[in-house]
Ligand binder design. Structure first.
Ligand code: CAA
Length: 460
C-alpha cells in the first residue's frame, strides 16, 4: 500500500523534520566456508537441511587480523567515504555488539583510534561513543536512542550507529551452521535519503535463558528450540504493542476487514538464519489476519484454527496447533505475502550467515541491493535480542532512496576466498598465527600487548 508523500511522517523532530537512515555501508570478511561439501560431509548433515531447512549456503569467517572492532572501523570508513563525511561532521558513534573486544573499554574508542590513523590524531575528539550490549537487539536500541538525539540536533551534525559481530558457537554444536561475521554502519540524520523513522516503537521484554555468553566464554550457550520460541513470542508481543501505538498515533488505522500488515510493504526481521524470518512472518501474519478478510480466505484453504475447548488432552491440542502452523506456512495466501513482503530481506544472509545485531540491517542492504524498495513504501522492522527483548518499528522510504548509489555488495561477496574445513577450524579456535589473506586497504589487528590492550593499524 503506497503512501502519499504529502503525509510523510515528522520523524520525531521538534521542528517536524524527518529523521532516519540516510545511507548504510556493509563490511563482510573476505573468507567464507561453504556449508555443503566438506563441512556437511564431516558433520554428517544432509546439505539439503543446511541450504533449505536452515537457509544458509556460505558462512563469512573472520581472518586472523579481524575482530568486531576492525569490522566496525572498516564499515564506518566506507560509509564516510561514500557520504563524503569529515570527522567533525560526526557527533556520536553508537556501537551495537555482543562480541565486544574488552569488558570495560568501549569498542567505539578502538574504532575512533583506527579512524584517526586515516583522518589524523584528535580528529574525532568532539565525538562521543558508547557501546550498546543487548544481544542482537543492541544496534536497534542504539538507533532508537540516536534518532531522538538527531531530532533535537540543531548544528547540522550527524550520528552513526554501527553493528559489528562475530557469531560464534562451539565446533560441532547445532549452532555451528548459524555462525557468520560482519558489520553494518548506518548514517542517522535529519532529512534522510533512505528511510524516515515514524518514531513508533512497540517493545517486549522478559528474562529468558534462550541464548547467553557467560563472562570469559568465547562461544555462546544456546537452547536452540527454546530460542526460536522466545524469538516468536517476543516479536509477536512487540508487534501487538507497535500496532496499538500506530493506531493511537493515527499512522495505521485499519478499517473493517483490513489488517495492520496490509499497511506494511516490507517486513525486516532479525535474521539468525534465513528460515527464521519465514517462521516469524508466519506467526505475525497468522495472528494479524485473524478476524480479517485474509483470515477468512485462509480458513477456506486450510480450515479453522484448533480451539483448546475441542481437546481434552493438552498434548493433542498442542500437536494440532503445531500441525495447523505448518499448514498455514504452506498456505497459498501466506506464501504470496511472504514472497512479496519478506523473502528478499534474507538474500545476503544466505551467503554471509548470522551477523547477530547487524542482521536486520543486512536485510535492508539486501532490499537495496536487489532494488526492491520504492519511495513511499512502509518498512516494518522486527528486531530480536536473546535474553530476551524485541522492538518493532516502522519507517517510510524517502523519495531520494532510489538515487543513493549502489554498494556493490554482491560483487564483493563473490570475490571472497573459499577456505577449507581445516582452515576454518583453526581460525575458529584461534590457532592461526598468520592471516590467510594479507590485509590490504583495511584496518587490521596488529598485536595484543602484555596488558591485553589491542593495537590496530590501517594497512594500505
Ligand atoms: N532437507 C531439507 N530440510 C531439512 C532436512 C533436509 N534433509 N532436514 C531437516 N530439515 C529442516 C527441518 O524440517 C526444519 O524445517 P521446518 O521447521 O520447516 O520443519 C529445519 O530443517 C531445521 O531443522 P531442525 O529444527 O532439526 O534444526 P536444528 O535442530 O539443527 O536446530 C537451530 C536449528 C535451533 C536454529 C540451531 O541451529 C541453533 O540452535 N542455532 C543457534 C540459535 C539460533 O539461531 N536461534 C534463533 C533464535 S535466537 C536469535 O535469533 C538470536 C541470535 O541471533 C542467536
Amino acid at each position: 500500500m503506497t503512501k502519499d508523500f504529502g503525509n510523510l511522517p515528522a520523524g520525531g523532530s521538534h521542528s517536524g523534520e524527518a529523521v532516519g537512515i540516510d545511507d548504510l555501508s556493509v563490511y563482510v570478511p573476505g573468507l567464507f566456508l561453504p556449508l555443503s561439501g566438506e563441512f556437511s560431509l564431516d558433520r554428517g548433515i544432509d546439505p539439503g537441511k543446511l541450504i533449505k531447512g536452515i537457509g544458509i549456503e556460505r558462512m563469512a569467517v573472520p581472518d586472523a587480523h579481524e575482530d568486531a572492532a576492525t569490522m566496525a572501523a572498516n564499515s564506518l570508513l566506507d560509509l564516510m567515504q561514500r557520504c563524503d563525511l569529515a570527522p567533525e561532521d560526526i557527533a556520536k558513534i553508537y556501537v551495537g555488539t555482543e562480541s565486544a573486544v574488552d569488558e570495560a573499554k568501549a569498542i567505539g574508542t578502538y574504532v575512533i583510534g583506527m579512524l584517526e590513523k586515516v583522518y589524523g590524531t584528535g580528529s574525532f575528539q568532539d565525538c562521543s561513543t558508547v557501546e550498546f550490549k543487548s544481544a542482537c537487539i543492541g544496534t536497534t536500541l542504539a538507533l532508537e536512542s540516536l534518532s531522538y538525539w538527531a531530532a533535537a540536533e540543531e548544528e547540522g551534525r550527524v550520528g552513526i550507529v554501527i553493528a559489528s559481530d562475530v557469531a560464534k558457537y562451539p565446533l560441532r554444536s547445532s549452532g555451528e551452521y548459524t555462525q557468520g561475521a560482519g558489520s553494518v554502519a548506518l548514517l542517522v540524520k535529519k532529512h534522510p535519503r533512505l528511510a524516515a523513522l515514524e518514531q513508533i516503537y512497540g517493545c517486549f521484554t522478559r528474562d529468558e535463558n534462550d541464548f547467553f555468553r557467560p563472562m570469559g566464554c568465547t562461544t555462546a550457550t544456546v537452547n536452540g528450540k527454546h530460542s526460536n520460541q522466545c524469538y516468536l513470542e517476543a516479536i509477536q508481543g512487540a508487534f501487538d504493542s507497535f500496532a496499538g501505538k500506530a493506531a493511537r498515533s493515527g499512522a495505521i488505522t485499519p478499517k473493517s476487514e483490513e489488517c495492520v500488515t496490509d499497511f506494511i510493504d516490507h517486513f525486516l526481521f532479525h535474521i539468525p538464519y534465513p528460515r527464521m524470518v519465514e517462521y516469524a512472518s508466519a506467526a505475525i501474519f497468522r495472528h494479524d489476519w485473524l478476524g480479517c478478510r485474509k483470515g477468512q480466505d485462509v480458513e477456506l484453504e486450510i480450515g479453522k484454527e484448533p480451539q483448546s475447548l475441542d481437546y481434552e488432552d493438552l498434548e493433542l491440542y498442542q500437536a494440532a496447533k503445531a500441525d495447523y502452523a505448518r499448514r498455514f506456512s504452506k498456505s497459498r495466501h501466506f506464501q504470496e505475502a511472504y514472497l512479496a513482503k519478506v523473502a528478499d530481506t534474507a538474500a545476503l544472509s544466505r551467503v554471509v550467515g548470522n551477523i547477530y545485531t547487524g542482521s536486520i540491517y543486512l536485510g535492508l542492504a539486501s532490499l537495496l541491493e536487489l532494488q526492491k524498495i520504492r519511495a513511499g513504501e512502509r518498512l516494518c522492522f522486527g528486531a530480536y535480542g536473546s535474553g530476551c527483548s524485541a522492538l518493532v518499528f516502522s519507517a517510510i522510504v524517502q523519495p531520494e532512496a532510489e538515487t543513493v548509489p549502489s554498494r556493490g555488495i554482491v560483487k564483493r561477496l563473490e570475490e571472497r576466498r573459499q577456505i577449507s574445513l581445516q582452515e576454518y577450524e583453526r581460525l575458529h579456535e584461534g590457532l592461526m598465527e598468520k592471516s590467510l589473506v594479507e590485509p590490504s586497504a583495511e584496518f587490521a589487528l596488529a598485536s595484543i600487548d602484555h596488558q591485553g590492550y589491542r593495537h590496530y593499524e590501517y594497512v594500505c
